[in-house]
Design a binder for this molecule. Structure first.
Ligand code: PAF
Length: 281
């Protein structure tokens, strides 16, 4: 695996592959890679002849009081894992490469609607930062296929909308959420949890399962959502939301709508904010 940090080297490599007729797969990440990320690399491998992963902790998607400074940066370990998963190229750019005018002066892409609700409402500016960096990465890597995790369902919808509206000639593929044996979705932020919080954390997924069962049993959505919030509070979480939405656009389901729905939760355990989701179909 080659590691490059500058645009010229990245483009030369991609151009050479494309001239040879190779299909390029891309997995954008913020590093601190775990089995969830590696499953996306494996998926990209099955979709493409050459696989590029990027590691860049993107400052513009963090709010002022969020964890940008302490976000785990583990490039050496990430690199070893990517080699094990047959990644061909690691793009690990500096802030200067991604934001030549500085992050504060950077242009921003806003994805209205699907980017404004839930995470967008609780983390103002977050999806502007995500959409902006993903568009930049797409323009630089020029992948034929890009792979994103379903754990960040809303991000996946934002990226799909972005790719369509900016007419990037690529396919977006979604990889299933990878979970620990107790149901906790893998996330780089799980490492912030102390041993007591880690023991409680699977309740997030258990609550999603409970929401799905309650839905199958015919309970009213508003009642399910209210009870899910109380259930999380009882388990020691500080929930931001526990909702049922339409999977395709995160719209509020109409009365009697029974298919294509998804439960999404976001809650803090101590200072650590966790998100997860579960499709009902
Ligand atoms: O999901 C992530 O790790 C990030 O939001 C992404 C897509 C790499 C953009 O910084």
């Amino acid at each position: 695996m080659r590691t490059v940090g500058d645009l010229r080297a990245l483009r030369a490599c991609i151009r050479a592959w494309k001239q040879e007729g190779h299909r390029v797969g891309f997995v954008p990440t913020m590093g601190n890679l775990h089995a969830g990320h590696f499953s996306l690399v494996d998926l990209a491998r099955r979709q493409a002849d050459r696989v590029v992963a990027s590691v860049f902790v993107n400052p513009t998607q963090f709010g002022p009081s969020e964890d940008f400074a302490r976000y785990p940066r583990t490039l050496a370990e990430d690199s070893v894992g990517l080699v094990e998963h047959n990644c061909d190229l690691l793009f690990a750019p500096s802030v200067e490469v991604m934001y030549p005018f500085g992050p504060e002066q950077a242009m921003r892409i806003h994805v209205p609607g699907v980017g404004d609700t839930l995470e967008g409402a609780h983390r103002p500016g977050h999806f502007d930062g995500v959409a902006t960096i993903v568009a930049k990465l797409f323009a630089m890597v020029e992948p034929d296929v890009a792979v994103f995790g379903q754990k960040d369902w809303q991000q996946l919808l934002v990226v799909r909308r972005l790719a369509r509206e900016l007419a990037f000639p690529l396919e977006i593929v979604a990889g299933p959420t990878v979970r620990d044996d107790d149901g906790l979705a893998l996330s780089s932020r799980n490492r912030y949890l102390d041993v007591h919080q880690r023991a409680r954390a699977p309740e997030l997924h258990a609550t999603l399962e409970w929401m799905r069962e309650s839905f199958v049993d015919g309970h009213v959505l508003a009642a399910i959502e209210g009870a899910a919030v109380r259930r999380l509070e009882r388990a020691g979480f500080n929930p931001d939301y526990a909702v049922v939405r339409r999977a395709e656009d995160l719209g509020v389901p109409a009365e009697g709508e029974r298919s294509g729905l998804l439960a999404l939760v976001a809650a803090k355990l101590g200072n650590t904010r966790l998100i997860d989701n579960l499709a009902f179909d």
